[in-house]
Write a protein of this length. Structure first.
Length: 89
């Protein structure tokens, strides 16, 4: 079982920070670890979006899931562009 480093210990040495990082990694599920591309033990916004699309919990995205994510991003970009035009007049 992993032991969480105390806040004081994690400020003392980089090795303690590494132990704390490993503790965080232990908290991610095996599937979620597949999406932690930067290895910080926490899923950022992009990693989390990909993880949420993996509804079958395979640990990877299918072409259809990637296509859906891409379409969502394009739609969001178009909405932002439209709003920018409305605000700019």
């Amino acid at each position: 079982a992993a032991v969480k480093a105390s806040p004081v210990a994690s400020r003392k040495a980089p090795q303690s920070q590494l132990a704390n990082k490993q503790y965080k990694n232990n908290r991610l599920t095996k599937i979620s670890k597949n999406y932690d591309f930067d290895g910080d033990g926490v899923l950022n916004e992009a990693e989390l979006a990909m993880r949420r699309l993996d509804t079958s919990n395979r640990g990877y995205l299918t072409n259809q899931e990637i296509y859906a994510l891409t379409r969502e991003q394009i739609a969001a970009k178009e909405r932002a562009r439209h709003l920018k035009k409305l605000i700019a007049g």
